[in-house]
Design a binder for this molecule. Structure first.
Ligand code: ADP
Ligand code: ADP
Length: 231
């Protein structure tokens, strides 16, 4: 079964049709870019995939199960757009931020698994940030912070990672190595990646599939994965 199967969904806000009869499958191993200009419905689609809102019409299956019966939300990791403008106002180390991805709330306290140091180390290694473990997150560059937030999502061992505008806040000259890191997560760690962005330059040779919410954008060599019944 596809890991995410969006079946003919629509979403209406009071005045606006944000999504109109959209279908999209995310298969295991995909590195999918969901593209669209501002206002094309990217955030709405993202919220539906994460189970934060329900489609007005249509249905969504996660790992072969109807989304409302799906019990393994931890299989779907998420790195929000706000993450990389993180400024906590208190000094949090890279290790503390990444370990936060493992915390289970228990009353007033957060409990961490016994082997959390090892898990944090593995996640930091996967994003090339193991040597920054004891550094304060606030003193890192935008690109380094974004890697730390990806590690925070990875530490919970998701099967799919959804990234919302991940290159916002990364210096232009560092974007290529950032994509190389994502490609290694995809190819070597087998993590299915869904990147949601308005930035058409994200469509590099690392991307395996493209879904354009704006049907007028076409990319040479890619079929639009998004089936839209509207025109
Ligand atoms: P994107 O993320 O691609 O910018 P959105 O999903 O945020 O697109 O928005 C899709 C459409 O829905 C836009 O026309 C937007 O103005 C509208 N919209 C988004 N959020 C709301 C909301 N809370 N209430 C009303 N309309 C909204
Ligand atoms: P080709 O493959 O023939 O070189 P493409 O259609 O792939 O041409 O587009 C070339 C570049 O233009 C790509 O790098 C892509 O990022 C960008 N691009 C493609 N379509 C659009 C569009 N509708 N709006 C903005 N940029 C686009």
């Amino acid at each position: 079964a596809p890991l995410i199967n969006i079946k003919d969904i629509s979403f209406d806000y009071e005045q606006t049709k944000a999504l109109d009869h959209i279908s999209l499958k995310v298969e295991e191993g995909d590195f999918l870019a969901i593209l669209g200009p501002n206002g094309s419905g990217k955030s709405t689609l993202l919220k539906i995939m994460l189970g934060l809102i329900k489609p007005t019409r249509g249905s969504i299956e996660l790992f072969g199960q109807d989304a409302k019966d799906f019990k393994h939300r931890e299989w779907i990791g998420y790195v929000s757009q706000k993450s990389n403008s993180f400024n906590s106002g208190f000094p949090a180390t890279v290790e503390e931020v990444v370990a936060g991805g493992l915390a289970k709330k228990s009353g007033l306290f957060h409990r961490f698994p016994k082997d959390y140091k090892e898990s944090v180390g593995e996640a930091l290694e996967a994003v090339g940030m193991e040597s920054f473990r004891d550094r304060s997150v606030s003193e890192l560059s935008g690109g380094q912070q974004q890697r730390v937030f990806i590690a925070r999502a990875l530490v919970a061992k998701p099967k799919v990672l959804i990234l919302d505008e991940p290159t916002v806040g990364i210096d232009h000259q560092n974007v290529q190595s950032f994509y190389d890191m994502l490609a290694s997560l995809n190819r070597e760690k087998g993590i299915t990646l869904v990147l949601v962005t308005h930035d058409v330059d994200t469509v590099t040779d690392k991307i395996t599939h493209v879904a354009c919410l704006n049907q007028t954008i076409h990319f040479h060599g890619y079929k639009n994965q998004l089936d839209s019944m509207s025109d």
